[in-house]
Write a protein that binds this ligand. Structure first.
Ligand code: SME
Length: 156
């Protein structure tokens, strides 16, 4: 897929997600829709899902809606790629997860990943969106832009 095709696919997916979640204010329903549509739209997506900030343990992420093989249930802030995205509130792109200190291997097939924080309009971090690929170096600035735009449209 060329960069132009990928950009177009993100734009199409954003429209489809917006149409499906229109009028639905339940967070889990919105997250389930986002993970499902994204996961089925891109061949380089191997695992796609949300880790939510646990209201009872605010320095821990707990698994939310996802698509793919079994995910880890909990990730502490600052641990792994997801925990780093949560702690820094910055999208993380990792070309080779085996070279990332502290990477959490929920599925040994994961090779590269992108994790985007989900921040509400009020500025609260509520979750991260984690996308893994079973190939190295699958995520770039087009994925970052596409995912950050979708996350903002759906959760801010
Ligand atoms: N790769 C993640 C862990 C979550 S799973 O891969 C589903 C990480 O290091 O944060």
């Amino acid at each position: 897929m060329t960069a132009v095709e990928k950009k177009q696919r993100y734009a199409d997916v954003a429209k489809e997600i917006a149409a499906v979640i229109d009028g639905e204010d339940n967070l889990i329903a919105r997250m389930a829709t986002v993970s499902n549509i994204l996961h089925n739209a891109f061949e380089h997506y191997f695992w796609t899902g949300f880790y939510l900030v646990d209201p009872n343990k605010p320095d821990e992420l707990v698994i939310g809606p996802y698509q793919g093989s079994l995910g880890c249930l909990r990730i502490a802030f600052g641990k792994g790629v997801c925990g780093t995205a949560a702690a820094t509130r910055q999208t993380q792109i990792v070309d080779d997860v085996h070279a990332f200190a502290g990477h959490i291997a929920c599925d040994a097939r994961a090779q590269s990943e992108i994790v985007t924080p989900v921040i509400t309009a009020a500025g609260d971090l509520i979750a991260v969106l984690d996308v893994d690929s079973d190939q190295k170096a699958q995520f770039d600035e087009t994925d970052r832009e596409g995912l950050e735009r979708i996350i903002k449209a759906c959760f801010s």
